[in-house]
Design a binder for this molecule. Structure first.
Ligand code: GDD
Ligand code: MN
Length: 380
């Protein structure tokens, strides 16, 4: 496999000159792979880029991708990923700090997991065997660990414990090459949470391996002061975007319910009021259901599932009958149930509407399953 270690740098001249030889030594332990280092330098004033260029004469697999200016960690990685996947034709991308906080000796373990078939291998600080520097202040430890736990719950990815780790390996084919890198939500450190979520949605097999996160060797951290808030924003944005279909579906549901319930009572008390209560309840429910169904079909198609709109006429013709048949099943059940209830418990407003409502709730569960799995399912 062609493996490219992408290392963003900003003023890391002291670190990178020592890291490069150590890495190339480490690569010798895995001679069956073709290792390359791609340094993405944010035009460091300390001459990091220049130094890397000079070292290229001793290391032919060392590459430099100069950025015009420092544009954030996420921006540097996106730039580096594009170059590694395009020009360099990488099979695996590794993300790593330049400052020895990530131990080069862990690279074989990351790569081994990729060989075993994992698509996204995370060096994790928060699983058994992993650690953060004991010298860190309580506040920093708390923010780091707490941030990951928060992300875990909000995104609902429970097989991951470290969401902000900067040391990982990702498979290109079928995974990173399928991501739309233009739309990554942050140019800063928070790109990590977004990329992780996208890999997860892409169906990547994820594995965490424990790492000891060391103290920075030399120089200062470049982490932005607003990193914590930025990550929080990214995580919440992802959650809201993912929930949008469901929220809209609920709103449409209420519009449908309003139509359904209103029409049901109007028909029952004004139009079919002279007949048998049981028959009257059934007809009213069957008609109000049909009207409400049409209202929700239109709203769902043009609004809640607008990203999966049924546009082609063939799909529309195929889907409308499917929609009507599948949605009418719980309405038939409900109509029968409401009729049965008024006949058994008395023809009062309370009995009719309670039975009707129970039927609606059952229908809602039924419909969401059928709609999202069949009618508005994502087509790839
Ligand atoms: N080109 C470029 N542009 N490089 C950058 C930029 C930038 O804007 N910002 C940072 N870097 C480089 C640094 O020079 C370093 O090599 C690497 O990216 C990571 O930056 P650090 O300054 O070392 O970050 P950190 O050690 O504070 O943060 C670490 O822990 C975080 C989780 O707690 C990193 O591993 C992060 O990736 C991780 O999220
Ligand atoms: Mn670092």
């Amino acid at each position: 496999m062609k493996i490219v270690i992408v290392i963003p740098t900003y003023n890391e001249v002291d670190n990178i000159t020592r890291l490069i030889p150590v890495l190339f030594d480490e690569f010798k332990k895995m001679p069956h792979h073709d290792f390359h280092i791609l340094v993405v330098d944010g035009n460091s004033p300390d001459g990091t880029g220049q130094k890397v260029l000079e070292m290229q004469s001793s290391y032919p697999n060392l590459h430099l991708l100069p950025e015009e200016k420092k544009a954030g960690l996420g921006a540097a990685y996106i730039c580096g990923f594009r170059h590694a996947m395009g020009k360099m034709q990488a099979d695996v991308l590794v993300e790593m700090d330049a400052d020895f906080q990530h131990d080069p000796k862990d690279i074989p373990r990351l790569i081994q997991a990729v060989e075993e078939g994992y698509d996204y291998v995370l060096g994790s600080r928060f699983i058994k065997g992993g650690s953060i520097p004991k010298e860190w202040s309580f506040q920093r430890k708390f923010l780091s660990f707490g941030g990951s736990m928060f992300t875990r719950v909000v995104l609902g990815i429970f097989n991951v414990h470290d969401f902000s780790t900067g040391f990982k390996a990702s498979r290109v084919k079928g995974f990173v090459d399928k991501l739309d890198l233009d739309s990554v939500l942050s140019k800063g450190f928070a790109y990590k949470q977004d990329l992780l979520y996208r890999m997860y949605k892409q169906g990547a097999k994820i594995k965490e391996i424990p790492i000891a996160f060391a103290l920075r060797d030399r120089g200062d951290s470049k982490m932005e002061k607003n990193n914590f808030m930025d990550s929080l924003k990214v995580v919440i944005k992802i959650r809201l975007r993912e929930s949008q279909n469901f929220f809209r579906f609920i709103v449409v549901g209420f519009a449908g319910l309003f139509t359904d319930l209103g029409l049901f009572n109007i028909l029952r008390t004004l139009v079919f009021s002279s007949g048998e209560p049981e028959i009257s309840a059934r007809y009213s429910s069957a008609i109000s259901g049909l009207v409400a169904m049409t209202v929700t079909y239109i709203l769902n198609n043009y609004w809640s599932f607008s990203d999966r709109k049924v546009t082609s006429i063939t799909r529309l013709l195929r889907n409308a009958p499917l929609y009507y048949i599948s949605s009418y099943i719980p309405i038939l059940f409900r109509s029968w149930f409401t009729g049965y209830s008024v006949a058994t418990f008395g023809n009062t407003f309370l009995v009719a509407n309670t039975a009707f409502f129970i039927g609606v709730v059952i229908g809602l569960v039924w419909n969401f399953t059928v709609y999202s799995r069949i009618i508005w399912r994502k087509t790839k």
